[in-house]
Design a protein around this ligand. Structure first.
Ligand SMILES: NC(=O)C1=CN([C@@H]2O[C@H](COP(=O)(O)OP(=O)(O)OC[C@H]3O[C@@H](n4cnc5c(N)ncnc54)[C@H](OP(=O)(O)O)[C@@H]3O)[C@@H](O)[C@H]2O)C=CC1
Ligand SMILES: O=C(O)C(=O)CO
Length: 312
């Protein structure tokens, strides 16, 4: 069994060593330009077109949860990967807990007004502030898939009204489910904290814009944990200016790294992290990938296959 590996920034030697330990009977190599030797499987993140083009692969594994980059390449270069070759993505594999940590910590930061106290510290003001009520802090999660559902689960013990929005109806304990474009307005009405965990697809790109933000409660908060392309940054800045949005924490951006002259860097009510909300955990990812390869070799049903038509 021949396995190709390509990631623009991961420690190749570490991954190849761990993969060899997990699949001792496989030959695993890091792809380099000009390598056209046969392979059965490819493990990739933002692969060059020439790495995959013309190969007869049994399957391709994305080394992350979002597959927008590879699907975008496929749209531009359909010959890159035959439609019959299954594409898989990482479902959780250690990313859900990271998303839970990020969302719970920031939600509580806003709910307990630590952002306001930090501002008062700058003025050396000793001033207890009026407490927020849980009932006024409805959390709405855009995208109730693997990660969105786990974030909802982690938020449930904290007593906030919870709701989610997805294409299909969900049955998540303690979470009101809204489904489809026709229910987006009802989902947004009354939402105070918006958490984005949607995939980047033609339908979701630019979804967090002025029209959407205008439907949130006054003094709302935005947590973008998905993709920068979901957010119209100028509309967020306008909503921050008007007070519609009181605070935002952004992990992802249309352009990454975020250019130093982007106004979001200097905004006092915007927190920024460099696309670290949930990073790929090597051992969990390798466990899933190797388990799935063994299932494929045995002709068994597998999970995590990407529906290219729907985009995730
Ligand atoms: N910042 C970071 O470090 C990371 C970011 N991510 C991002 O998080 C995203 C979500 O990951 P994951 O939870 O695994 O993905 P899933 O595919 O499991 O979940 C996607 C969710 O979005 C919903 N959805 C998709 N399209 C639409 C639409 N048009 N309208 C309404 N709902 C829609 C789906 O609805 P339904 O269930 O009905 O199909 C599903 O609930 C990834 O695509 C990636 O972009 C992921 C990991 C790390
Ligand atoms: O897995 C993903 O989609 C990520 O964004 C990780 O960087």
């Amino acid at each position: 069994m021949e396995i190709l590996f390509y990631h623009p920034s991961f420690d190749n030697a570490f991954w190849v060593k761990a993969l060899r330990e997990a699949l001792p009977d496989a030959n695993i190599r890091v792809w380099t330009p000009g390598d056209n030797a046969p392979a059965d499987y490819a493990l990739v993140w933002h692969p060059p077109v020439e790495m995959l083009e013309g190969r007869k692969l049994k399957a391709v594994f994305a080394l992350g949860a979002g597959v927008d980059a590879i699907l975008g390449q496929l749209k531009a270069h359909p010959q890159m990967l035959d439609a019959a070759v299954p594409l898989f993505r990482l479902e959780d594999t250690g990313m859900a807990q990271q998303m839970q940590e990020y969302a719970v910590s920031q939600l509580l930061h806003w709910f307990r007004r630590f952002d306001d106290y930090q501002a008062l510290k700058g003025e050396a003001k000793w001033q207890p502030l009026e407490e927020y009520a849980h009932k006024d802090f409805t959390v709405g999660i855009l995208g109730a898939g693997v990660l969105g559902a786990k974030v909802a689960e982690a938020l449930r013990p904290w007593g906030f009204p919870l709701r989610c929005w997805s294409r299909s109806r969900k049955d998540l304990p303690g979470v009101t489910s809204f489904a489809g474009a026709q229910e987006l307005g009802d989902f947004l009405h009354g939402t105070r904290v918006l958490i984005n965990l949607l995939p980047n697809t033609p339908e979701t790109a630019g979804i967090i814009n002025h029209a959407l933000l205008a439907q949130l409660e006054e003094g709302s908060y935005l947590l973008n944990l998905a993709r920068g392309v979901h957010l119209v940054e100028a509309d967020l800045l306008q909503a921050l200016e008007s007070g519609k949005v009181k605070g935002a924490m952004l992990d992802v951006f249309r352009e990454e790294p975020l250019p130093s002259d982007n106004p979001l860097w200097a905004h006092p009510r915007v927190a920024i992290t460099p696309h670290i909300a949930a990073v790929t955990r090597p051992h969990e990812a390798i466990d899933y990938i190797c388990h799935t390869i063994r299932q494929l070799e045995r002709g068994e049903a597998v999970s995590g296959r990407v529906d290219r038509a729907r985009g995730y």
